[in-house]
Ligand binder design. Structure first.
Ligand code: CO
Length: 211
């Protein structure tokens, strides 16, 4: 993409916005109150707002390689904390996608340098679900399933945080696990049974003294 074209596109975009609402940017400058926190992959094909038809101000977005929520990553932890305690989002979405290069790389025995510790988090997901994944003979189906299970485990990581546990107790937040199907454009809700998962892990990760 030609960098100078970006500035031309920007001018056209501004004109389009102002033609509909002359106060568009004045209002945008007043603040934000998004209801959704979206955590997705950095992949250039998986454009967060565009695939959801969302406008500026509607979605708080965090993207990284393979839509990960590592417990020690200050970046994603700050995003979750700010979105839940300050912006008071009502929904936290983890959105993976089929044909994710990050997930694929984690399935291969290759030294990727700095990416090794990041992708090791996906290998941990594989280890947690090795019985199910081991029973899938078709490599592509196994890859798709790992994408889904990775979304599930990152949702669990979201639920491990104190700020989300508090918001869940107050019933003001819902967690969603989605996969975007790159082959047809559909967002697929994995309909993860969080109640069941929580039942299994609550006594391990519970951070409040009142049980
Ligand atoms: Co990806």
């Amino acid at each position: 993409m030609d960098i100078s074209k970006i500035f031309e596109n920007n001018k056209v975009w501004i004109a389009n916005k102002l033609s509909v609402d002359k106060d568009y940017f004045i209002n945008l400058g007043k603040g934000q109150s998004p209801e959704v926190l979206y955590i997705g992959c950095s992949d250039s094909r998986v454009t967060a707002e565009e695939l959801m038809g969302a406008n500026p101000g509607e979605v708080f977005v965090h993207r990284n390689i393979a839509n990960m929520v590592p417990n020690t990553d200050l970046n994603v932890m700050s995003v979750i904390n700010y979105a839940v305690s300050n912006l008071k989002v009502k929904h936290v979405v983890i959105c993976g996608h089929y044909s994710c290069g990050g997930v694929k790389a984690a399935m291969q025995s290759e030294d990727l340098g700095l990416l090794n510790p990041w992708l090791r988090n996906i290998r941990d997901v594989y280890r947690l679900h090795r019985v199910e994944l081991g029973s899938i003979k078709d490599e592509n189906k196994k890859y798709d399933r790992l994408v889904e299970l990775n979304v599930q485990e990152q949702c669990v990581n979201v639920m491990k945080t104190a700020v989300v546990q508090k918001a869940m107790l107050e019933k003001r937040i819902t967690i969603h696990g989605w996969v975007w199907d790159i082959h047809n454009g559909n967002i697929v809700d994995l309909k993860i049974d969080f109640d069941k998962i929580l039942e299994d892990i609550r006594d391990i990760y519970h951070l409040s003294s009142d049980k």
